[in-house]
Design a protein around this ligand. Structure first.
Ligand SMILES: [Zn+2]
Length: 479
């Protein structure tokens, strides 16, 4: 019989121990990790090391099969001595739970003496694409410890976790009960991995996700819970208390936005629920309070710019988004002096918008003067009615030098403004009326989805109450 190097080394250590042992306790000293704890999940050194650890598990199985190590005590499923911890059934997975078999689930030899001080304390994991498109998180949580009083503080386990937890893209597509079900599954899975009661994991989860009451949480909050759980499952070492909330100085006066309902650091890559910009892990994200006016839809998680700065230091896209959501909810868009300045520059810095067909058919000269007045007088709100706003968007499509994101957004707004006028899907006025509900339905059923139709609305972008009169007679009034 030929033993490979791992099998020989493991057998040597077990035979020298002098009393029953749990062989995986040796794994970290046979192949110590050569990367920092903070190394990324897909760090090649981490991946290579996990492979070495798995090789040792295979060695252990083979020694058992060859009858070279003897089972002293059958394993129980309490996580302390089990090879495979019990796994919660994954919702929406029709794969059967793999039952432990004698081949891949050897019992451990228990009754081992306390681990020597200095045994490696390390949490490791590696993610791989799962068989059916999900994520297969292979995690070995190695936390052997010695209190020095002959009592083992922490236990050790190694296992292959494949609950196919949703990817970030899948999380974005989940709704309602499916989200809740995954929150439960993920919480139990994390509890299993970190060896804490599910209730404690749940409590840390709500604090980390910035969700007060899980029972009343909306889909956006539940999705954030899943993103947090996903991070913890992929890297159990990241199961730490939430970072303290940062103190942010809000702009004052006409650029000010309300205090957000909640703030946190993003756990995974995601996109802003308003401007759709990418958000990196660690970036500040937050949610605004639910709108008081029920015609508005709550916004998802917003980037720091959208939470604090979009009205004080507006980008061109902020102004376009504002026009879109105001026209969605009412018959005019209200801009403050900062936003008017951005729009005026965009319309006049080149000749192209003024030369466009849209401008020639519906001259914007008076509007440009009103924008200038707003800037000079630092006005809180200047109203632009639907037809003028529509012309502005169309004319700006001819402006050279717009970024890709700006052009895409202008196109999307132009498309939806057109669809609200032409009703290409034939939405029934009898059922949806001609107001916000109609526009929401047209947006939802568009045959050409955009970033705007994905996010829905209308969003309450704050501070400019809808005008009382209809467009036409208010086109040139200022509030
Ligand atoms: Zn944003």
């Amino acid at each position: 019989m030929t033993l490979n190097a791992d099998e020989r080394e493991l057998l040597r250590r077990i035979s020298e121990a002098g009393s029953p042992v749990e062989p995986p306790d040796y794994f970290h000293s046979i192949h110590p990790p050569d990367f920092p704890r903070s190394a990324a999940d897909d760090d090649p050194r981490r991946e290579a090391w996990v492979e070495l650890q798995m090789g040792l598990y295979r060695a252990y199985i083979r020694l058992h099969e060859l009858g070279l190590v003897e089972v002293v005590d059958p394993a129980t499923a309490n996580g302390a001595t089990a090879w495979w911890p019990p796994r919660p059934a994954a919702p929406h997975s029709d794969r059967p739970r793999p039952a432990p078999s004698s081949g891949d689930c050897p019992v451990l030899l228990s009754g081992r003496q306390p681990a020597a001080s200095g045994d490696l304390l390390e949490a490791v994991s590696v993610r791989r694409p799962g068989d059916n498109g999900g994520t297969r998180a292979r995690a070995g949580v190695m936390v052997a410890g010695d209190t020095g009083a002959g009592r083992r503080e922490q236990q050790q386990m190694g296992f292959d976790w494949d609950i196919n937890f949703p990817t970030t893209a899948e999380i974005a597509a989940l709704h309602g009960e499916a989200l809740r079900s995954w929150v439960d599954t993920g919480t139990e899975a994390v509890a299993e991995i970190v060896g804490k009661p599910a209730e404690r994991v749940r409590s840390r989860l709500t604090r980390t996700a910035g969700v007060k009451n899980l029972g009343a949480a909306d889909d956006e909050d539940l999705r954030e819970c899943l993103r947090v759980l996903r991070t913890w499952l992929s890297d159990p070492a990241s199961y730490t208390p939430p970072a303290p909330k940062p103190k942010i100085q809000r702009p004052e006066s006409i650029g000010q936005l309300p205090v957000p309902r909640t703030l946190k650091q993003a756990h995974t890559e995601t996109t802003c629920g308003l401007c759709a910009d990418p958000v990196k892990p660690g970036d500040l994200v937050g949610r605004m309070r639910d709108p008081k006016d029920k015609q508005f839809v709550p916004m998802g998680w917003l980037c720091a710019h959208c939470l604090y700065e979009r009205r004080e230091k507006p980008r061109r896209r902020d102004v376009v988004l504002r026009i879109f959501h105001h026209l969605f909810a009412s018959s005019a868009a209200g801009l403050n002096a900062h936003e008017c300045a951005v729009l005026r520059t965009w319309l006049t810095e080149t000749e192209a918008p003024a030369a466009s067909t849209a401008w020639r058919n519906d001259p914007l000269d008076t509007t440009v003067v009103r924008l200038e007045t707003s800037v000079t007088e630092v006005k809180g709100t200047t109203w632009i009615a639907v037809p003028t706003a529509h012309t502005i968007i169309t004319a700006l499509l001819d402006a050279p030098g717009s970024s890709e994101a700006e052009t895409a957004l202008l196109r999307a707004v132009a498309q939806h403004l057109d669809e609200w006028q032409t009703n290409p899907q034939g939405i029934e006025a009898r059922r949806y009326g001609t107001g916000v509900r109609y526009r929401a339905e047209v947006l939802k059923t568009t045959s050409r989805p955009t970033v705007l139709s994905e996010r829905g609305g209308p969003f309450d972008l704050h501070h400019t109450p809808p005008p009382t009169a209809e467009p036409g007679d208010t086109a040139d009034s200022t509030a």
